[in-house]
Unconditional design. Structure first.
Length: 372
């Protein structure tokens, strides 16, 4: 067996690092090639505000001069500070079906993490829980939805054979308009919640985008603070994400909930652009950019990326009001299916919400830990 060499890559090697994925997935009909311009921006330490409080190095494995795997090692200072942990992360993992290659990559990331005084390796995180997170372990029969991860089934064996253990599972539910409208409980709950609270649901005002973004920051970091692994996004991170999403959001599906003039909830639902990205081969320009707008109305599925209420307004049925509003507004633009993802396996409130909508648990993802 030829020797496997793992090399530390430089920022100038981002293209090599990213293009390797095409080798792994070239015959996989369900893979959606990520937009190169987006992934390049994520790994750009000068442009991605994540790196204001984090470190990352990229590594590539070679055998006989040919690339056979890649991995990134990450130190997320914000995570460790907020959760009082001492862990590092691995992410952007791609590898041929070879345990020896995978072991070399994991060893490299582990040593990088150990050298920084950390005692656990967690992942996949590419590069954080606010980005593509976890490994797909169930639901390989159809493509991932917008901004969700995907991987070959054999990655499960490569990771678990190395000795990594489950830290947490994440769920994705698929929801159909037909089944959702048959949910008498949803109809009843949301009607009662509307009357009791007087909540008003409105769409984002794109003409006041900066002002609206301040409300997003307020709700987002309050509503999700108790969740496992949650790291509040900084203003700079939210601003950067908003800048990327602004050209492609569907305003009717970006919703705020207000009670007596106070913003109490927020939902971000995005059309599943992966339906279009599957044909883009990772390239947005010069012509695919136009397709985002000319073919947008052919998308019949959306992803509920974020839906949350600030703590004092949780468990009052107000999420049901959001679900009903999303259902009606989505149908108006031709959306017949939705994915609610991701939801922590022990987040009973969100799981019940998905079940009230008659959602079907159809994909599972896993975050792994490895004690160093």
């Amino acid at each position: 067996m030829s020797e496997i060499v793992v090399k530390l890559l430089q920022q100038s090697d981002i293209k090599t690092f990213l293009k390797f994925a095409f080798k792994i997935y070239k015959n996989d009909p369900n893979w959606v090639p990520p937009l190169y311009i987006d992934k390049k921006k994520i790994l750009n330490k000068k442009k991605n505000p994540f790196f204001n409080d984090a470190e990352l190095d990229m590594f590539m494995a070679y055998r006989d001069g040919e690339p056979v795997g890649r991995i990134a090692a990450i130190k997320n200072n914000a995570h460790n500070r907020i959760h009082n942990e001492n862990i590092g992360f691995f992410g952007f993992f791609e590898c041929i079906n070879d345990q020896e290659v995978a072991n070399k990559l994991f060893d490299t990331a582990k040593e990088w993490i150990k050298q920084r005084g950390l005692d656990t390796m967690r992942g996949p995180a590419s590069p954080s829980s606010n980005d593509e997170y976890a490994l797909l372990i169930e639901g390989f029969d159809e493509p991932p939805k917008f901004m969700m991860p995907y991987n070959p089934t054999y990655y499960i064996d490569l990771i678990e054979n190395y000795g990594m253990k489950k830290a947490k599972d994440l769920y994705a539910y698929i929801i159909s308009q037909t089944k959702m409208r048959q949910s008498e409980k949803l109809i009843r709950v949301q009607e009662i919640a509307r009357k009791r609270s007087g909540i008003k649901i409105r769409s984002i005002n794109m003409k006041e985008f900066k002002k609206e973004l301040e409300l997003v920051k307020y709700v987002y970091n309050k509503a999700w603070a108790p969740n496992w692994g949650f790291v509040p996004m900084t203003d700079a991170e939210i601003d950067a994400l908003a800048k990327d999403l602004k050209p492609i959001v569907e305003p009717s599906l970006v919703l705020f909930g207000e009670i007596e003039g106070q913003t109490v909830g927020f939902a971000l639902v995005m059309p599943d652009y992966n339906k279009l990205f599957r044909t883009f081969k990772g390239r947005l320009f010069p012509f695919n950019f136009i397709k985002l707008f000319t073919q947008k109305r052919t998308i019949d599925c959306a992803r509920v990326i974020t839906l949350g209420m600030i703590p004092e307004f949780q468990k009052k049925g107000l999420d049901g009001v959001f679900y009903a509003e999303i259902m009606d507004r989505a149908r108006e633009i031709g959306i017949e299916y939705g994915e609610a993802s991701w939801i922590l396996e022990d987040n009973e409130m969100m799981k019940r919400g998905a079940e009230v909508m008659r959602g079907e648990l159809y994909k599972k993802y896993r975050v792994y830990d490895f004690k160093i």
